[in-house]
Design a protein. Sequence first.
Length: 607
Amino acid sequence: MPLEVMNSPFNQDQADLLNRLLPTLNEKQKIWLSGYLSSAATEADTAVQVPETGGQTQETTVEATREITILFGSHTGNCQALADEYAGKLKEQDYQVTVSSMDDFKPKALKKVEDLLVLTSTHGDGDPPDNALSFYDFLFSKRAPKLDGVRFSVLSLGDSSYEFFCQTGKDIDQKLEELGAERIYPRVDCDLDFEEPAGEWFDGVLALLNEQKAGSGSQAPSATSQSVQADDTPVYSRAHPFHAEILENINLNGRRSNKETRHLELDLEGSNLSYEPGDSLAIFPENDESLVDQLIKEMGWNPEESVPINKDGEIRSVREALLSTYETTCLTKPLLEKAQTLTDNEQLTELLEDSEQWKAYIYGRDLLDFVQDFGPWKGTVHDFIGILRKIPVRLYSIASSQAANPDEVHLTIGALRYEAHGRQRLGVCSIQCAERASHGDQLSVFVQKNPNFKLPENPEAPVLMIGAGTGVAPYRSFLEEREETEAPGKNWLFFGEQHFVSDFLYQVEWQRWLNEGVLTNMDVAFSRDNEEKVYVQHRLLEKSAEVYQWLQDGTYVYVCGDEKYMAKDVHEALITIAEKEGNMSREDAESYIDNLRKEKRYQRDVY
């Protein structure tokens, strides 16, 4: 009997489709389909029979576990690493989890999300990281949907020395609430020492999810299982850095240069650390001894007195703690605010009431300046050290290919020295490497993965590399890798510095690669060699037609170095090139360059 609307639960279209299908099936196919439909119906049924007193039964509906979506916006890779770590822990507890960068997530699908966890850093002066721009713009556009039924929580990473600390996370957190989503756990804003507060945020979110899952009638998951190493091989990381011996420490600049750029080669043998071109090496630096000793003398502290340095109760002497654990060279607004409780100096209160004044004050000053300016100080050394933040690790773009240099990693570090407020100022890590780290000494390091700055998977794809100063470091690793793997793709380098004679970093290597054909083109800009300053963006514009043709041919574009000036000027130059050579409007040219970014063909490592 044919199926009809009157004798079946199907509508007319469904009945017509089934009437065409069923006569074509043999007996085996019909039996298989019947069993398949029966099994699917059983799995989809969420009603379970719960025995009652007296042996009778009643139906109790069990709510299915809500799917968790983790979105990350990451510049250096920290948020992405945390997102992957937390997704793994949730999956171990039988949660359904989707992880994606904000750029790869389809914004229109946001209204279909159930539980949303957002992990994002803040870049520059309160801007979203590059791989969060599209999502961020969509969220704040008129196209953003109402998010009733969506639950969320935000983890924000930042640097409290910037005025717009964790601004991207704050913006997204507020906007999600405005769109109707329900905040299930408060936003946590993390400073550079983010590990503990980030872990506490996740533990809080997980406890709430487990509580709600148990309350829904589903079986609450057990505690997160701990992965066990198959052997005793040590795993080196941020929490357990490797002590790498310095093999070489060379000044790359000529004698007449007003710069000092160190080339460091470190021994990684026995570390099991691996890296790819584009990754960074993190160094745990130590403060300058003379600055620490002046600070201790100014405050009248006993350098040998013991102080706790973490929640686990680890103890160090005051001097050791200030040398290796706490930041002494950078002032932040949160530090000034906390210090108000330790002094009666009203000038500090007045300073904090004027945003322009406190921003001007902290620029170029350090902790010694601060304690001299706003004393006398109350409380113990424990009280004062308790308001300091930990020394942040320093990230340096790796300047070598591990395929070409097994068991080694190379770095390019510019020594920072400048005069401010009547005193010589020194970069913490750069001067440690330049003046206090010699052949045979050790540095505490770990590898910081950067999935947002990677060579194309296709070795035939052309590569265009733009950098100034130490921003050229990752391109040395790129070319070493392309040479080692015999990648056939073309390579074009734009490099800028002050003087050709004294500042042409890795000149011999670039010229060798150029002669051997590994480097297809090289254009340089030495800004102080002529009356009119010339920078890399000017060289790009001079080669406008050829650059555009490379873009049309599928080139991957990389920018590394100073964000405030160089990277912005290069970005503008690329838009100008697209506008001119592609005969586009300004809006279309901007869209063209933005599409390169979305396609992962325009990647930046800027600071």
